[in-house]
Design a protein around this ligand. Structure first.
Ligand SMILES: [Zn+2]
Length: 367
């Protein structure tokens, strides 16, 4: 049994219980490792290391999606694909100024209001810490306008000579914040979608030794944050009947936000999505999942919204299509340097997903 060395646990016993069922050190590793769209290699290594020996086969497609066939093929059984994307929102170095200061472009949706003054890590030849240059208010005067990400200066404090030795255009840049786990919660950058990836890995570990009555595939996909790019070429290889995208989803359960706008709430279990801007999830698949959750007394929440989007859209409409839905861990402050989610919700998402995979062969009309 693995005991992670985390401070801040509210009790020794809580740590013991959670580590007995989940490898929280792995979650921290996934969150702290950089992987902006197109640079997912280090994340892929972690996924491979954790599940490749448990799976029947593995392939990497031309874009860098890692696809694992978990169990040996069962003729006539339904095929289910479970995906989590490896990329996180982040930045690329786009320019080096004459004095060694840098400019970056953002990859994925990042609110410029939360960029100013942040610490960033530039993953060059060596990791270089930097700050988004913030002009003191007594110099800048009263200025309420928001500077766009690409117009901000990134200051490493190094000389131009040192900068040119270590950093080049195209190097990936991430928020510097480190993942902290304790008090039944996780606070970290990149919970979208490392928490999904964590659920995927832990579920494969839990199911690998069981006899399954379906063909179980998992994918760790690339470039979701840039328009679901990686996911669009996965169906043609797997040809799934069912697909589930695992996500960290927006939780807006804050003081002052009306309940009907709070979306998925922390502590209330995984979100089963009915709709978002680009998806109408399969209603029969959703009610099948609801039935399993009720039977196993796993809390869950349904959301119907017209914003956001996930790889589920790609799995629903590419190749021969599939019955598609999204299962998510609720996360506050998505796409920010510090998101928050609950360990209890992660645990319940793993429980529900493993139940779905174990029972998907009983889905009515399943082939
Ligand atoms: Zn995501």
């Amino acid at each position: 049994m693995k005991i992670a060395n985390f401070k801040n646990y509210s009790s020794f016993y809580l740590k013991l219980i959670y580590n007995r069922i989940m490898d929280l050190e792995l979650l921290k590793n996934l969150c702290d490792t950089p992987g902006v769209p197109g640079v997912e290699d280090e994340i892929a290594k972690i996924v491979f290391k954790n599940i490749s020996s448990l799976c029947f086969s593995h392939e990497v497609d031309p874009m860098g999606n890692h696809i694992f066939q978990v169990n040996n093929k069962i003729e006539g059984a339904p095929t289910i694909l479970v995906d989590a994307h490896m990329d996180e929102v982040g930045f690329l170095v786009s320019n080096i100024e004459a004095n060694g200061m840098l400019r970056v472009i953002s990859l994925g949706g990042i609110d410029p209001k939360l960029f100013y003054g942040q610490r960033l890590t530039i993953w060059g030849k060596k990791n270089v810490e930097s700050t988004v240059a913030a002009i003191p208010p007594h110099i800048s005067g009263k200025n309420d306008s928001v500077t766009q990400v690409e117009d901000c200066l990134i200051d490493t404090g190094l000389s131009v000579k040192e900068v040119l030795k270590l950093i080049k255009i195209g190097d990936q840049v991430t928020f510097s914040t480190k993942c902290e786990i304790g008090f039944d919660r996780v606070i970290s950058k990149a919970l979208d979608d490392r928490v999904g990836l964590f659920v995927l890995i832990e579920s494969v570990k839990a199911l690998a030794k069981k006899k399954l009555n379906c063909n179980f595939f998992v994918s760790a996909s690339v470039q979701e944050e840039m328009g679901l790019r990686g996911a669009r070429i996965i169906n043609s290889r797997v040809n799934p009947d069912f697909s589930i995208a695992l996500e960290g989803t927006v939780s807006n359960d804050l003081v002052g936000v009306p309940q009907y706008k709070s979306l998925a709430n922390l502590d209330n279990g995984p979100e089963i999505r009915i709709s978002d801007k680009y998806l109408i999830a399969d209603r029969k698949l959703n009610s099948f999942i609801e039935g399993l959750a009720k039977k196993k007394k796993i809390p869950y929440q349904l959301t119907a919204k017209n914003a956001g989007g996930t790889n589920s859209t790609a799995f629903q409409v590419t190749g021969n299509g599939s019955k598609a839905t999204v299962l998510s861990v609720p996360v506050r402050y998505l796409h920010s340097p510090s998101s928050i989610c609950k360990i209890k919700d992660i645990k319940n998402t793993i429980k529900l997903l493993t139940e779905i995979i174990s029972k998907i062969n009983t889905f009515q009309n399943a082939k």
